[in-house]
Design a protein around this ligand. Structure first.
Ligand code: HEM
Length: 328
């Protein structure tokens, strides 16, 4: 039997191409040229140099680790981004080229005659954060989603039916307007993120002393707190039979009947994910094209149950997602 297609490798190349274009105005072409520089840097960026327990300690005691000289991002990666952004900005300054992308917005903010105008370093940092947050997260969600759909053929079929019906009303194309109508596919995405939070812990610092309800326990002001998403997303009192992949948990009624913090896949509050609408569009368009054209099923190489890679910046599969892909 064939090992199947290395799906997570393809997904990350798709999202790299999308973010490269939207954030930097660059044609990365990593789907066609797997060894392009952007993909190589993206790959280096996504692996920690330290294991997860050390990274958790770095999150809890950032100043201490900074003093000890620990760095999450390696020098080669930061140099690359400084160069790419500087070149793109210089080019646009020279030629007057305008593109409807994130870099253009940042360049406009540079021209403001107020204290809010951005420096070159700030433009680079913003573009960098957008890139980091934008490709690996969505790629992992796409891969985990294909994995669950391969194991749950009836759900895959239901999602495909919805895609075909809606696309037929939009000239056969998964446009922005079309994917916005795909309610079931969005439920599939939310259920995927429930089971596979790509950012497994939200980090916060308490602004004041906090008494934990119904206890005498006080979390003192200034304490770093890590909110573990799996503990909530796999709580059987909130999600019965939590190991089961079931997009019906995310119908409008089901969501309204739950506590608003029962699903934290994009975080919450002032520091929640700024790219969540973008992520939804990117993931839904990717899924629509894939499910419309291909059927996914497991092979002997598919890792069941799924295990995670402990060295990745965002949660990803330990041994890749290998699936049989049949053209429809
Ligand atoms: C399905 C894909 C994605 C998931 C599951 C995800 C999830 C998250 C989560 C959980 C956080 C932390 C929120 C908190 O602490 O409350 C976050 C932060 C962030 N995300 Fe996403 N994200 C995704 C896609 C994206 C995309 C596509 C972008 C940009 C294009 C992006 C940009 C960011 C940024 C910049 C932050 C930091 C916000 C801040 O600290 O103020 N994310 N994301």
């Amino acid at each position: 039997m064939d090992d199947g297609v290395h799906c997570d490798n393809l997904m990350v190349r798709y999202t790299t191409d999308v973010i490269g274009s939207v954030a930097f105005g660059l044609k990365c072409n990593s789907l066609k040229e797997p060894n392009c520089e952007f993909r190589e840097i993206g790959e280096k960026l996504c692996y920690y140099r330290y294991s997860m327990p050390i990274v958790s300690l770095m999150n809890l005691f950032p100043n201490l680790f900074r003093k000890l000289g620990f760095k999450i991002i390696i020098e080669e990666v930061s140099q690359f981004f400084f160069r790419v952004v500087r070149e793109a900005v210089d080019y646009r300054d020279r030629t007057g080229e305008q593109r409807k992308d994130y870099l253009n917005i940042l360049m406009e903010l540079r021209k403001l005659n107020t204290a809010d105008n951005l420096t070159m370093d700030e433009i680079t940092a913003q573009a960098f954060v957008f890139f980091v947050g934008g490709f690996e997260t969505s790629a992992s969600v796409l891969s985990f989603c294909l994995y669950e759909l391969a194991l749950n053929q009836n759900i895959q079929e239901k999602a495909r039916r919805e895609i075909n019906e809606i696309i037929a009303q939009h000239d056969g194309k998964p446009t922005y307007e079309a994917v916005k109508e795909m309610k079931y596919l969005l439920q599939v995405m939310y259920e995927t993120i429930r089971m596979y939070s790509v950012v497994p812990g939200l980090v916060r610092k308490t602004a004041e002393d906090y008494i934990v309800s119904n206890t005498n326990y006080v979390i003192e002001k200034g304490t770093t707190v890590i909110i573990p998403l799996d503990a909530i997303h796999y709580d059987p009192d909130i999600y019965p039979n939590p190991e089961q992949f079931d997009p019906e948990r995310f119908t409008k009624t089901e969501v309204e009947n739950r506590h608003p913090m029962a699903w934290l896949g994009f975080g919450r509050g002032g520091r929640a994910c700024i790219g969540y609408r973008f992520a939804e569009v990117q993931v839904l368009i990717g899924l629509s094209l894939l499910l419309k054209n291909f059927r996914f099923s497991p092979t002997q190489k598919t890792q069941i149950p799924m295990k995670f890679n402990m060295y990745k910046l965002f949660r990803g599969p330990e041994k890749g997602v290998y699936l049989k892909v049949e053209k429809l």
